[in-house]
Write a protein of this length. Structure first.
Length: 138
């Protein structure tokens, strides 16, 4: 039996999963959860917690719903220790996704972020938009 693919999903797609369940990024997150091993690191989880704690989301989802989402993600995702930081992205804030993917031996990073997409492929790791990931493009 073949191992499941290992996938990193960026923060914006995860936020979309919570706020816009029918949107393309949300569907890509669902596919990653259903068909792959979703990878997170302390740094990517910290960013998600920080983003979801912003008051601008109060009108869309309750604080408790956001906490539940983060707890659920923590239960279903594989936490990876990042041993070697990477500095390769033109936006240094996005390097954490590259480091997670490399440390976690990921096959793909799912993102809509052009700062990451321009690096495709990165050290043999595909960097795909949610639509491309859903279409099954390598």
């Amino acid at each position: 039996m073949k191992d499941r693919p290992r996938v990193v999903v960026d923060t914006n797609a995860l936020v979309s999963r919570l706020l816009l369940p029918g949107a393309m990024p949300s569907q890509a997150v669902r596919k990653a959860v259903d068909e792959a091993d979703l990878l997170v690191s302390d740094e990517t989880l910290d960013e998600l917690v920080d983003v979801l704690s912003r008051p601008k989301f109060d009108r869309y989802v309750t604080v408790e719903e956001r906490r539940k989402f983060i707890r659920l993600l923590g239960c279903i995702a594989e936490r990876v220790s990042v041993i070697h930081p990477i500095r390769a992205c033109r936006d240094p804030d996005d390097d954490k996704f590259l480091a997670l993917a490399v440390s976690g031996d990921a096959e793909v990073i799912v993102t809509g972020d052009s700062d990451l997409l321009v690096l495709h492929p990165f050290r043999g790791i595909a960097i795909r938009t949610p639509a491309s990931y859903l279409a099954g493009n390598p």
